[in-house]
Design a protein around this ligand. Structure first.
Ligand SMILES: [Zn+2]
Ligand SMILES: [Zn+2]
Length: 403
């Protein structure tokens, strides 16, 4: 039953999940303590055994001793700060550096826009295809969509809507849907769900809600790309373009957002698994559950939610994406992220077919990130498999020998 994991310092962990390892039906998905487990190796296994019996859960033991590649401990001493605060500073600095890199990739696309997506010709049927939707959003619903705060409000609402179906499936636990579970015997309890939602409401109350209130009062800043930048007194009735994006522009910008976001957040994520302090103080909270369910998607530190939000909005802005494109991309981003945490792999899920799915674009699908929660030294990139293939961190099936 035991799982043996051995990895060289800084290397990729080889893990073997015990054959037949299972989790009790109604039990809480075993939560790892999000602190120093990674550097303590076997000691963690002992802690976990105390929480839940060996027969009840698949065992994953980490023996990798993470280092301090960013010299956070040294910097903390030098500047007289606590390690936790210095870790936050380093994490936010990495967020900024990666953001600049993402914007530098997005800006040339903005320049190309005028070449490829010029003013529409009268007989441009592609533009007409989305014009009806855009007219509905920008004219019929202008009373709602014109506000700069609309984007934040609709995305928060969409996140909870996207989480809901799989939560119902978890609670109903139907035989017909259970066979689509990635880890079949793992089911969250209502207590886990409440715990996750409570943290998310707390995070929203301290960041997003004040931001939305500010946007409602100042009517700015304008959260979309396009030719105009507006910091206050912004309204869609003046700033929304008349024309809808062409289908080609819409698809290309969405594809570019998927690729650039995947690379940006994937790098941030991988770096937070390579540093003991970044992992411990920032990212480990998200790894509390190694059998995720949809509310785990945003069960994370504010320092981690910052890059997710910033990259999601700044990348389409940098490339000058149309507001309709930006709405679509944000929905796609949330949907893919939630699917990756539902614990289900239904064939119709967006991650299995968007832009040709795994076959054409190399999308990892819902299983990919679920496996990252099972084996956190693999599958760092959230949507695509390119980055992990490049860095040699793609998840490998457990071997029978396990060594
Ligand atoms: Zn996750
Ligand atoms: Zn991770």
């Amino acid at each position: 039953m035991a799982v043996i994991v051995e990895a060289p310092a800084g290397g990729v962990v080889k893990e073997r999940v015990a054959a037949g390892g299972s989790v009790k039906r109604s039990g809480t998905p075993p939560a790892r303590k999000p602190d120093s487990q990674d550097e303590k190796g076997i000691q963690v296994a002992e802690t976990e055994k105390a929480q839940i019996s060996e027969a009840e859960k698949p065992q994953v033991v980490y023996s990798t001793r993470l280092g301090d590649p960013f010299h956070i401990a040294e910097l903390a001493t030098k500047f007289g700060l606590g390690q936790k605060h210095m870790t936050y500073i380093v994490s936010l600095s990495l967020t900024l550096i990666i953001l600049i890199a993402g914007i530098l990739v997005g800006l040339p696309i903005r320049i190309l826009n005028s070449t490829f997506w010029g003013p529409p010709a009268p007989a441009d049927t592609h533009r007409r295809l989305l014009q009806g939707i855009w007219d509905f959003a920008s004219k019929d619903c202008i009373g709602v969509t014109a506000s700069p705060a609309f984007l934040g409000i609709i995305l928060i609402a969409f996140y909870f809507v996207a989480c809901t179906p799989s939560i119902f499936l978890d609670l109903a636990d139907l035989t017909v849907t259970r066979k689509f579970k990635i880890q079949p015997k793992a089911m969250p309890t209502a207590k886990d769900m409440v715990k996750c939602v409570a943290l998310q409401i707390s995070n929203l109350a301290t960041t997003a809600f004040p931001g939305i209130v500010f946007q409602l009062i100042a009517q700015g800043p304008w959260p979309y790309g396009g030719p105009a930048f507006c910091l206050w007194a912004c309204t869609g009735s003046e700033l929304f373009p008349e024309e809808a994006p062409s289908v080609a522009e819409f698809l290309f910008h969405n594809l570019a957002c998927v690729v650039i976001f995947d690379a940006s957040y994937g790098m941030w994520h991988m770096l937070h698994h390579k540093s003991m302090l970044l992992y411990r103080h920032v990212h480990s909270l998200h790894h509390t559950y190694y059998m995720p369910f949809s509310f785990v998607t945003q069960y994370a530190s504010l320092v981690e939610l910052a890059p997710v939000s910033i990259y999601t909005t700044s990348i389409p802005m940098a490339m000058g994406a149309h507001p309709l494109t930006q709405w679509a991309w944000c929905f796609v981003n949330i949907q893919l992220s939630v699917e990756a945490h539902t614990g289900y792999d239904f064939p119709w899920m967006l991650g299995n077919w968007l832009f040709g799915g795994k076959a054409l674009l190399g999308l990892g699908g819902p299983k990919s990130h679920d496996r990252h929660h099972q084996q956190p030294r693999t599958n760092f990139f959230p949507f695509l498999s390119w980055g992990d293939r490049y860095f040699g961190t793609t998840w490998q099936p457990p071997t029978k020998t396990g060594n």
